[in-house]
Design a protein around this ligand. Structure first.
Ligand SMILES: [Zn+2]
Length: 315
């Protein structure tokens, strides 16, 4: 079988037996805004430029933070921008049984313990959980969280610093003991922790490459650690810059970033490519969405992304 010709000079030619499976995983707390479109585009172009699949997962794990109808609005908005995902969209709200079964595996290894520390207790620890409940007995009839017993996992990782290479941000190191502590896997309100659900889903979907916003760089080491505990191959990560407002605040649903509109799809795509350092030609801005996506795919170069967060002006 002939290998497809690389579409441009920076395309990495993957061996035919190393598929690329990427994903975009928004939380439905509001409509798509420019910052989330940038993440969607980066994960889409990177997957498609490597002949990969691009999956969409709805991270609706935290009902109090969700907005009714937002999941559908996001999907319609992706479609309106010509972004077609592969396979079915999966919803975290329908996967509680899978999360519990992975948690049960970790519990069976004695890698999990209950914690009933109050907010005041946690504040007194200065932000990093100090392992207070590792050796305490906790009344399981009262609200409690479940934490990962980081200290007692003997053989993993072998060094205190957890290191990994980020495709966009370069080499990273984090000391999980002193900078993270025993992370929560299930919250005291009964919801599964984001870190657990994301890792379980990335494993279930066979994700090989995670291209996402730079606000998640900080939680990557603890996610990789969970991959290792669950015996799964580690994906490769790349964290794209955040779109920030002129005041330095991240564009986000929480600070009411403006929703992008499908009627401006061509302009939004062009600006997304520009934000990602791809230098789309000015006359492309008036082209159709499919022409702009084709251009983006053909000229996609991950190494042109400026990793630093930078200002996006809505005007
Ligand atoms: Zn505790």
């Amino acid at each position: 079988m002939d290998m497809p010709a690389p579409t441009h000079s920076s395309a990495i030619t993957l061996p035919i037996d190393s598929p690329y499976i990427g994903r975009f995983a928004p939380s439905p707390s509001g409509p798509l805004h420019f910052g989330s479109l940038v993440t969607a585009l980066a994960s889409y172009f990177d997957a498609k430029a490597h002949q990969g699949q691009w999956l969409v997962r709805m991270e609706d794990l935290d009902p109090p933070r969700e907005q009714p109808g937002a999941a559908d609005t996001i999907l319609r908005s992706l479609e309106g921008h010509g972004l077609k995902w592969d396979g079915d969209v999966i919803y975290q709200s329908q996967r509680h049984g899978v999360y519990q079964s992975c948690l049960d595996d970790l519990i069976a290894h004695n890698w999990v313990y209950p914690c009933d520390c109050s907010r005041q207790d946690l504040n007194a620890m200065g932000g990093i959980y100090n392992g207070r409940c590792r050796c305490r007995s906790v009344d399981l009839s009262l609200p409690h969280s479940l934490r990962l017993r980081l200290y007692d996992i003997k053989d993993y990782p072998s060094s205190d610093e957890f290191r990994f290479h980020d495709l966009i941000q370069g080499s990273q190191a984090q000391n999980l003991r002193t900078q993270v502590g025993d992370q929560i896997l299930k919250r005291r309100d009964g919801f599964y922790a984001y870190q657990l659900a994301v890792v379980v889903d990335d494993i279930a979907q066979g994700i090989t490459h995670v291209i996402r916003g730079n606000d998640l760089l900080e939680v990557t080491a603890r996610q990789l650690f969970l991959f290792g505990l669950l015996g799964a191959p580690l994906p490769t990560y790349g964290h794209v810059p955040l779109a920030v407002q002129a005041n330095g605040q991240k564009l986000s649903k929480q600070n009411h970033a403006r929703a992008i509109e499908t009627k401006d799809a061509s302009r939004n795509l062009w600006r997304g490519l520009e934000f990602l350092g791809q230098n789309p030609p000015a006359d492309l801005a008036g082209a159709s969405t499919s022409e702009i996506l084709d251009w983006g795919l053909h000229y996609w170069r991950r190494d042109k992304i400026n990793g630093q967060s930078h200002v996006y002006s809505d005007s």
